[in-house]
Design a protein around this ligand. Structure first.
Ligand SMILES: Nc1ncnc2c1ncn2[C@@H]1O[C@H](COP(=O)(O)OP(=O)(O)OP(=O)(O)O)[C@@H](O)[C@H]1O
Ligand SMILES: [Mg+2]
Length: 452
């Protein structure tokens, strides 16, 4: 039965004393059914490898429980009580301690050994509910944490059902720092090359029309239909903007990724003019890219430094923000902090779909000695302390993702400085396609963040 009387269901969940078992029985079981799964497609208390999630759900498991039920459920659900035994409420609204812990839990389960192809996770206590999507190594919010009410529960369930019935293929990555010259364009081109080498379908958007560095470095030009044309006229087909970048290797093998080149037309307008000419302003790029989410494994957006139309549109359109910094450049660390604590939350508040999220920073293109790293870490420590003091914003997971109370690990991923990377722009191909060492560096970057 798909159609549920949610009013009645919600009425039957006691407000203050509902423990986890009660929430599971009265809310989560009907929810699983409403999402289109039958009894044969679910089991409670599933061992994810290194933990136990409350429900694991498989797709199209018509009756065969024994063989398929051991690994890789499609959807995991972590259930919380409405209140603890003592009666204090469990609050799963974003930012609360319960929420942060529960989110960590679903992250861990979705990436655990028995769930390596699991795609979706839900956390709920029947007051709040949030859907997460897994893409490679990343767990992303697919909705914000939604407050359930009688008048929106039908819409919430229908929305979650729609998303899990139409899983997007893509992860959209904006490579951004509010500081110039940190390697945004270089990282974009080389990660695109590396992921293509890994067999992924990749699209790159050069949304830095002033410089168009990415487009130039690949030797491409804008085609007959340009990005500005598509952003300002919805009737045009955005597929027509694509220019493939292909490389043929000595072995005879060739590789291709797709590029939407920088559009010089976009630099003819001021911010105000763009706002008038492009309906929906900085929300329009996301709209325009929607058709690609079922086509590509990865979409990269390279944007300029300044916090303006292009970078705002890019953050609005992406799932994650990858932030290159330099260990010896305090401004690049400070600006990374600004992106994480200011720009991303601003965009997130407007989008209301859970995104975008920041990836932990990495050091790009500067070789370092232990003493230099020590100095960088002192800077990072003072930035973290400063932001906690100023606005109670915890930057720790974004600067030192492996740091815990028991293990004060301050490792920041570093991509070495490598002359061939810098020279690649003149050879009209990403270094990762041309040079084994560069390929190795960028594969380790891709593995650090994106691929298993
Ligand atoms: N790992 C690296 N090794 C050596 N050189 C690098 C590396 N990464 C980037 N560079 C060089 O650093 C310079 C700046 O890089 P890039 O243009 O990618 O930065 P950007 O952040 O896109 O700059 P802008 O703010 O101007 O858009 C370029 O000359 C590039 O070749
Ligand atoms: Mg650039």
């Amino acid at each position: 039965m798909l159609v549920k009387d949610w009013n009645q269901i919600l009425d039957n969940i006691p407000l203050d004393e509902s423990n986890e078992a009660l929430v599971s029985k009265k809310f989560v079981e009907p929810l699983i059914e409403a999402l289109g799964f039958n009894q044969q497609e679910q089991i409670p208390q599933f061992n994810t490898g290194n933990g136990t999630v409350d429900f694991a759900v498989w797709k199209n498991n018509n009756g065969d429980i024994s063989s398929n039920f051991k690994t890789n459920p499609y959807l995991l659900i972590e259930v919380k009580a409405r209140a603890t035994g003592a009666g204090s409420k469990i609050n799963l609204s974003e930012g609360t301690p319960h929420y942060i812990n529960t989110r960590k839990q679903i992250n861990k389960y979705l990436l655990d050994s028995q769930c390596s192809t699991s795609e979706w996770g839900i956390i709920t206590n029947s007051i709040h509910i949030q859907l997460f999507r897994r893409h490679g190594k990343i767990v992303l919010p697919a909705t914000s944490s939604l407050l359930i009410k009688k008048d929106n529960i039908n819409n919430i369930v229908a929305h979650i059902k729609y998303l899990i019935d139409h899983p997007p293929k893509t992860l959209t990555i904006c490579v951004y720092n509010n500081k110039g010259g940190v390697g945004k364009t270089t990282t974009t081109a080389n990660l695109a090359a590396t992921l293509t080498q890994q067999g992924k379908r990749v699209l790159v958007i050069d949304f830095d029309p002033q410089q168009g560095d990415l487009t130039k470095s690949l030797g491409l030009q804008v085609g007959k239909t340009s990005l500005y044309d598509c952003l300002s006229d919805r009737n045009l087909n955005i597929h027509d903007t694509i220019q493939p970048f292909s490389i043929k290797f000595k072995s005879g093998k060739s590789l291709t990724f797709d590029v939407i080149p920088a559009d010089p037309k976009l630099k003819n307008f001021t911010q105000e003019e763009l706002a008038v000419r492009i309906e929906k302003g900085s929300a329009r790029l996301k709209d325009a890219l929607k058709v690609f989410v079922y086509e590509y494994d990865y979409i990269f957006i390279d944007c300029p430094t300044n916090w303006m139309f292009f970078s705002q549109s890019s953050l609005y359109a992406c799932d994650v923000v990858l932030i290159p910094t330099k260990h010896n450049n305090l401004a690049s660390l400070d600006n990374a902090a600004t992106v994480i604590k200011e720009f991303i939350p601003k965009v997130k508040a407007v989008r209301q779909d859970g995104g975008p999220i920041a990836m932990p920073i990495f050091f790009n293109g500067e070789n370092s000695t232990p003493s230099q790293i020590k100095i960088a870490n002192q800077e990072i420590k003072s930035i973290i302390e400063r932001e906690i003091k100023a606005s109670n914003f915890n930057l720790l997971p974004y600067f030192w993702p492996n740091y815990t109370k028991d293990d004060t690990n301050t490792r920041v991923f570093s991509l070495p400085s490598y002359a061939i990377v810098a020279g690649a722009a003149f050879s009209r191909a990403p270094a990762a396609f041309k040079d084994i060492t560069a390929a190795k560096y960028y594969l380790s970057l891709a593995k650090e963040y994106f691929i298993l």
